[in-house]
Design a protein around this ligand. Sequence first.
Ligand code: ADP
Ligand code: MG
Length: 284
Amino acid sequence: MSSTVDLQGSAQPPQGEPVIEVEDVRRVYGRPRSGLFGKAASVTALDGVSLTVHRGEKLGIVGESGCGKSTLLRIVAGLHRPTSGRVRVEGREVTGSDRDLAWLRRRLQVVFQDPMSSLDPRMRVGDIIAEPLVGLRVEGDHRARVAELLEAVGLDAEAAERYPHMFSGGQRQRISIARALAPRPQVLLADEPVSALDVSVRAQVLNVVERLVADLDLTLVFVSHDLSVVRHVCERVVVMTRGRIVEEGPTEQVYTHPRHDYTKALVAAVPSVRRALTEERGVG
Ligand code: ADP
Ligand code: MG
């Protein structure tokens, strides 16, 4: 489902029912006192963010490092609590309670930036991928499911017997993707999933994400500090700076006709990734 843009630049509203609803979310992090008489400083990571993601949509969230992207994603995933405001997934409020989280994990999964720190080095890949199935008590043949998932992300079945350190960064991120998809979620949140990878393998991993999102009809929220990466994956984008959303629209429109000064700066600073992606995809 893609939004179409007419020549005046107005877009068709996103179709489909709301899957994620973020309502005026604020998140303040406390900072420890600096010294005996120092004031306890605090950081406002999110300053009144509202956002709706519709079924089947591929939404990008872009903005500079520290603007609050990961905080927002973690709050949607129930991993952090908002200081105020509300989040609903499929109409059900995300409260952070164990019961709600167990419910949420079957519907919504997250892929993080650094595949090494999110994969337990002492576990075999097959057990890593099956872990959410065990944790969520998903019934069925887990070994068969792991084999299916490995194939889906483009890895050999023998990978199940090996350990994370035996794989490249790109392969490890494929493993993270396989694990996230194991419980058949309908929503995938990806937090800079290719930012830690060599430029040469980014396009391949992005292709895996894109293909699976399309094949499985997932709703995707894709976070990146890099607008050019989001442009290849997402039809709609929101731009964040300093804990706020400052611009929102069809990706192509935001990219070619940025309105907010911050977005203009972001577009002007297009990194080489875009060229690398275009070249690789041109060949492949
Ligand atoms: P982004 O993902 O866009 O880089 P983050 O959500 O990680 O941004 O961070 C937003 C702001 O909140 C930053 O100023 C960061 O330093 C701060 N922050 C994030 N996590 C914590 C934490 N656990 N404790 C204190 N401050 C934090
Ligand atoms: Mg982040």
